[in-house]
Design a protein around this ligand. Structure first.
Ligand SMILES: *Cc1c(COP(=O)(O)O)cnc(C)c1O
Length: 399
């Protein structure tokens, strides 16, 4: 997945443009810029990449989720339905706004189960946030129809699925508002950065203002701008945007390498009857950033995971015991360990988490192994890796 693996002259050239004129900020200083507007140029490029009318760059993927929710009017007391398997950023971004994260099960797609979403809807539900984990996607048609029927905002976190598509449309650009991260380990990187993507002009204007203190960005006298509403600072810097501008142009090349490497490993593992693969909804194409497969049970998955580690197969994980991505080990969340007071409603919802039945999620996460697909592997290396993986899976399942 990581764009940082292929990093060089193109990125350096874009960053040097910014260093040469010294304008490190994305807004204002028109005269000093010598025509360089890296954040604006990257936004224009990303509208094409994600086939969306509007893109607002922000400082991180986590910021993108908060900005997206705020832009759609989600805030204090609103419930946001999110999956049990995601990155901690999902609930952080929701709680930043005083909204309430409501966690629900995933299915064999390793993303939101539409039935679990429907069952969790209450009169306080305002939004559904799908997280396109590990390079693939949920059943977007099913989720869209749940959101339409219940009049909910549909938010799409595609931070881990840059370059994937559903029915020919780029992931991230399918819901009412989408979020991307360009942190250091994502498919394309800015170092740190994120983006909010939408076809809704109001949401876009909200995101543009909200991510920069509520400034309206009208006219060219920054000091004279008015504030139609309150905001924060979630700006990206020109230096980070410059890196992203070089990286985004290489996205097709990155996806092609990922696909080649993914296919070699998938082909080798397909020969093993005990191995099955995650469900990709009809019409979906993964970004090939990860290969996810299932083993018959948790015990086998844990044994395979250890065998991989002992035999030099790195960047493969079973998330059952993982404390970044899966609810089981999110003790800080379940115990509401916050530096500052949380609202009664948030505390009440979090206090339910330890008792809730997430056995459906445990079933899929327990049996899953998720392997990062790197860009720097040569064909020879991937072929060798695939052989080693297949060998150790076979040894475990036959023992
Ligand atoms: C990386 C990631 C984020 C957060 O991105 P940052 O830029 O690191 O803040 C959010 N959601 C998911 C699914 C991610 O993988």
């Amino acid at each position: 997945m990581p764009g940082f693996e292929l990093f060089g002259d193109l990125e350096r050239k874009e960053v040097n443009d910014v260093l040469d004129n010294g304008v490190l900020m994305r807004y204002g200083f028109d005269g000093m810029r010598k025509g360089h507007w890296k954040a604006k140029a990257l936004e224009a490029e990303l509208t094409k990449t994600f086939d969306s009318k509007y893109v607002q760059l922000v400082s991180s993927g986590t910021a993108a989720v908060s900005v997206a929710l705020a832009s759609a009017g989600v805030g204090a007391g609103d419930e946001v339905i999110m999956p049990t398997f995601t990155f901690v950023a999902s609930f952080e971004a929701i709680m930043m706004l005083g909204a309430i994260p409501v966690l629900v099960d995933i299915d064999s797609t390793l993303t939101l189960d539409p039935k679990a979403v429907e069952a969790a809807i209450t009169s306080k539900t305002k939004a559904v946030m799908v997280v396109q984990m590990c390079g693939s996607m949920a059943n977007m048609d099913a989720l869209r129809s749940v959101c339409d029927i219940h009049n909910l905002v549909f938010v799409e976190d595609a931070c881990q699925a840059i370059g994937g598509t559903y029915k020919g449309k780029p992931l991230g650009g399918l819901a009412d508002i989408g979020c991307f991260s360009f942190d250091f380990v994502k498919t394309i990187t800015c170092g740190e950065g994120g983006a909010v993507v939408t076809n809704n002009k109001d949401y876009y204007i909200n995101a543009d203002h909200f991510s920069d203190h509520g400034h309206d960005h009208i006219g060219n006298d920054r000091g004279a701008e008015t504030h139609p509403f309150l905001g924060y600072n979630f700006r990206i810097s020109e230096l980070n945007a410059a890196v992203g501008l070089a990286q985004v142009k290489r996205l097709p090349e990155f996806i092609a390498i990922q696909k080649r490497n993914y296919m070699i490993i998938r082909e080798a593992l397909s020969q093993i009857p005990e191995v099955t693969f995650r469900t990709v909804p009809n019409g979906g194409e993964e970004s090939y950033a990860f290969l996810n497969f299932f083993l018959p049970n948790l015990e086998t998955a844990l044994k395979v995971s250890s065998a991989f580690k002992e035999n030099g197969v790195d960047v493969c994980w079973n998330y059952y015991e993982n404390n970044w991505h899966y609810i089981r080990k999110w003790h800080h969340l379940k115990e509401a360990k916050s530096l500052y007071p949380l609202s009664k409603e948030i505390k009440s919802e979090l206090s339910k988490l330890s008792k809730k039945d997430f056995s459906q999620s445990d079933y899929w996460i327990g049996r899953n192994i998720s392997c990062l697909i790197k860009l720097s592997w040569t064909e020879v290396e991937v072929t060798q890796r695939a052989k080693t993986m297949a060998k150790h899976i076979k040894l475990v399942v036959s023992s």
